[in-house]
Design a protein around this ligand. Structure first.
Ligand code: NAD
Length: 499
């Protein structure tokens, strides 16, 4: 265990570190149950100050009117500074989340930095329809412009990566941002702000406020915010839509998931079982794409369950700073109790896990919960239908492709899914028929900065990563210029004056 002392942070508003006008709140290390960080609890006055700073920075064009090459250079510099501090930031991330240091250092940090570099590059190549004389006397052209002041609200499961996924496309497109990280994991967003200051970004372009739900409400309902982006729970997404409605803000929502993992008898069972164990327990199952609902064709069901059980028992649960640890604790006591609540309610309805279902006995402290597997439970059981956000998986048999598809699609969520089969035609049919924003074939979990990540159904709308995220943070303006000196006359049959 790396010894750490409690770090005190302030907020980042208008290019300055500010203590804010409220109290401090504490961040607890979920592996040790000790306080590791103290951060301000933003008040409405702090939120107002951050929005004012972002508004001024947007309106005077200090960021949006830079050449896109200049904005790109700032973002590349930010990526370089963060990369140089990978070890340190990964350690801070692991202190607050309890995730294995190998995941923070070798996964989340490099992937977040790659994402930033992707947006730094792509900021220079925005697409649009060609300019031209769609009306013979006029030239039509498109401008792709930033939205303005963007409020971004992040979750606790991948604090650094989620912050970067959000600020990368928003800043690349020329917006100014107020970011509110989750209350229990604000530190690495503030470390990112530190790098923004060091990179010399103009004041007010990125502001980071820390606080709880109340700060989130004040921010996302603020009349001077133009767009709200949330990564969080589906229920929070619904509230944010309402909070954003009075001033009709654009809304971008990356919400919960309950990913199906469908295994046909012709699949490579060993790969599938090992991947399922990894994809159900990575980040202690606190992953919106986690493989939580497994459907396995009946002839191979028992063999698959046996392989999966073995693989889950081999998941190394332990101290997050150990290089051998594959799974750490849940994020908080509250989350531990939430996961236990699912297990207790399942027990009340007669369901018993084949492994796990309890706090880890070999850990003397921390919010550890054992990898847990339920076998052959009803499709309408709560643990099949609802996002647990813990290392709890269910595996159900199926007899026909139709039954499997209906069950795989039979939840309110639509974020990510996978199908395992050696049959190419079937895999492509499933890619068409699964109602999820991502379909993996013979794999589960890999993502890349160049491709979009986002939900269908109650997993939200709008994309993270890829050119589509950049588009989400821009708006299209039509410019129509009279170019012949002749007044516009009667439209041709296929030309219109517009609404
Ligand atoms: P959460 O919704 O409880 O909190 C997310 C953020 O919203 C926090 O910063 C919180 O302070 C803030 N918040 C809460 N209520 C608010 C309100 N009414 N107005 C404004 N802000 C508010 O989510 P969480 O527990 O931090 O994260 C877990 C959830 O995030 C899971 O559902 C998970 O699936 C989802 N998630 C989705 C993705 C994705 O890409 N789709 C990625 C990661 C996590």
């Amino acid at each position: 265990m790396v010894a750490v002392s409690t770090r005190e942070y302030t907020m980042f508003i208008n290019g300055e570190w500010v203590a804010g006008s409220g109290e401090m709140m504490e961040v607890v290390n979920p592996a040790t149950e000790e306080v590791v960080h103290r951060v301000p609890l933003a008040t409405r006055a702090d939120v107002d100050a951050a929005v004012r700073a972002a508004r001024e920075a947007f309106d005077d064009g200090r960021w949006s009117r830079l050449g896109c090459g200049e904005r790109s250079a700032y973002l590349f510099k930010l990526a370089d500074l963060l990369e140089a501090r990978t070890e340190e930031i990964a350690r801070i991330e692991t202190e607050a989340t309890g995730k294995p240091i190998t995941l923070s250092r070798d996964g989340d940090l490099p992937f977040g930095i790659d994402n930033l570099r992707y947006f730094a590059g792509v900021a220079r190549v925005l697409d649009g329809q060609a300019s031209g004389e769609y009306i013979p006397t006029h030239t039509s052209m498109l401008r792709r412009e930033p939205i303005g002041v963007v409020a971004q609200v992040a979750p606790w499961n991948y604090p650094f990566m989620m912050a970067i996924w959000k600020i990368g496309p928003a800043l690349a497109a020329g917006n100014t941002v107020i970011l509110k990280p989750a209350e229990n994991t604000p530190a690495t967003a503030l470390e990112s702000a530190n790098a923004v200051k060091e990179a010399g970004f103009p004041a007010g372009v990125l502001n980071v406020i820390t606080g709880d739900e109340n700060a989130g409400i004040a921010l996302t309902s603020h009349p001077d915010v133009d767009m709200v982006s949330l990564t969080g729970d589906s229920e929070t997404g619904k509230k944010i839509m309402q909070q954003a409605a009075p001033s009709l803000k654009r809304v971008h929502l990356e919400l919960g998931g309950k990913a199906p993992f469908v295994v046909f008898a012709d699949a490579d069972l060993e790969s599938a079982a090992n991947c399922a164990a990894m994809a159900g327990t990575t980040n202690t199952g606190q992953d919106c794409t986690a493989a939580t609902r497994l459907y396995v064709e009946r002839p191979v069901f028992d063999e698959f369950v046996s392989r999966l059980t073995t693989a889950m028992k081999e998941v190394q649960v332990g101290e997050p700073f150990s290089e051998d640890t594959a799974m750490g604790p849940l994020i908080s006591r509250e989350q531990l109790e939430r996961v236990e609540g699912f297990v207790h309610r399942a027990a009340e309805s007669g369901l018993t896990p084949v492994i796990g279902g309890k706090r880890s006995e070999n850990q003397s402290r921390g919010y550890y919960f054992d990898p847990t597997l339920y076998v052959d439970v009803p499709q309408d059981a709560e643990i099949v239908q609802r996002e647990v956000f813990g290392p709890v998986m269910v595996v159900l048999p199926f007899d026909s492709e139709e039954e499997a598809l209906q069950k795989a699609n039979g939840v309110i969520y639509g974020l990510a899914s996978s199908v395992w089969t050696a049959n190419v035609t079937r895999s492509l049919r499933w890619a068409r028929d699964l109602k999820f924003g991502t379909v993996w074939i013979n794999d589960h979990m890999p993502l890349t900065s160049e491709m979009p990540h986002g939900g269908f159904k109650q997993s939200g709308f709008g994309k993270d990563m890829s050119i589509y995220a950049l588009e989400d943070y821009t708006q299209i303006k039509q410019v129509l210029a009279e170019v012949t000196g002749q007044a516009y006359k009667t439209p041709q049959p296929d030309q219109h004056l517009g609404a």
